[in-house]
Write a protein that binds this ligand. Structure first.
Ligand code: NAP
Length: 295
């Protein structure tokens, strides 16, 4: 039986509609959630991510504070800007677009962000809280994956989950979130990476596979159990002369063959991707609600 294709665009649209209502309620109380976006330099991919994030903010009524700095910005100036945003009551979330130019110390900048405004969920305070199961801003892509599972009624409780990839932004946090004792967790999780022996053996056991390797076809159909759910996080460009731009986007799994035996599968694009920005909006609204409750 062919898999159900998980429609990330639809789940994201549903969540954004819910967030829009929350923003309207805050506005009734005179509060406008604010997200500060900091972009250093002219990297085209970073520029387009930032534009997409700002546009998404506007769509649901979040005020976006655009901070574009030249590529030769000093560490000191960047730290001063972050400090200013930390102290600005109009700003509920601060997002520093990564990667930063090479001369800047990324971890020092991320550490400087007030954890209460760390809507990317990358500050060690939020990472630590997440690991010990305390309330924290959850990192956007892993949280988006859990929402896709939840909103498609794919149970994680008691499920065998194999995560392929152990990065700090996807693999490690999603594995951590799935082992938490809560309604989005309670899974039995195996994390695989390039030193894993026999990836296929691990994957074949999985009720849910989360592929975040950054390499096309890391997971092929012979590695997937019948009826498993497959979440493809990867975004890879492969040459394609039939396309005007000369390439197309593919994920990390062999989509066409796997969809014939899986129960659920996410497409690329249109699966995990739309969820990442949505969860950034989610964290920003949550931060504004928290700040409003303190007033
Ligand atoms: P990353 O930092 O490059 O990490 C890749 C991980 O996969 C590493 O842990 C690596 O193992 C492992 N790996 C690579 N090839 C493997 C193989 N053949 N077998 C087993 N493990 C393998 O990548 P990332 O930042 O986590 O991103 C992963 C993918 O998700 C990328 O395509 C990225 O573009 C995409 N992504 C999408 C979104 C979205 O919003 N849709 C967000 C973030 C990332 P080692 O640790 O041993 O090297």
């Amino acid at each position: 039986m062919a898999a159900k294709i998980i429609d990330g665009k639809q789940v994201a649209a549903d969540m954004r509609a819910e967030l829009k209502e929350k923003v309207a309620k805050l506005k009734d109380r005179g509060i406008v959630p604010g997200l500060a976006v900091v972009l250093v330099g002219e990297d085209p991919a970073s520029k387009s991510y930032v534009t997409a994030k700002e546009r998404a903010c506007e769509e649901i009524g979040i005020f976006s504070d655009d901070n574009r700095l030249p590529a030769d910005t000093s560490q000191e100036d960047l730290m001063t800007l972050v400090e200013k945003l930390n102290n600005d009551p109009k700003i509920n979330g601060i997002l520093v677009q990564l990667p930063l130019p090479k001369h800047l110390n990324e971890s020092e900048v991320l550490l400087k962000i007030n954890p209460d405004k760390d809507v990317d969920g990358f500050h060690p305070v939020n990472v630590g809280k997440m690991v010990v199961g305390e309330k924290a801003f959850l990192p956007c892509t892993p949280h988006g994956i859990l929402q896709l599972l939840k909103r498609n009624n794919i149970p994680t409780e008691g499920a065998e989950v194999v995560v392929v990839g152990r990065s700090n932004i996807v693999g490690k946090p999603v594995a951590n979130m799935l082992i938490q004792k809560n309604d989005m967790g309670n899974a039995t999780v195996t994390v695989c990476h390039t030193r894993t022996k026999n990836l296929k053996e691990h994957c074949l056991r999985a009720d849910i596979i989360i592929a975040a390797s950054g390499r096309p076809n890391t997971v092929t159909a012979d590695m997937v159990k019948n009826g498993a759910a497959v979440i493809d996080v990867g975004v890879n460009r492969v040459e394609d002369a039939t396309k005007k731009r000369g390439y197309r986007l593919v994920g990390d799994v062999e989509f066409d063959a796997i969809k014939e035996k899986a129960s659920y599968i996410t497409p690329v694009p249109g699966g995990v991707g739309p969820m990442t920005i949505t969860m950034l909006l989610f964290n920003t609204v949550e931060s504004a609600e928290k700040a409003a409750a303190k007033k």
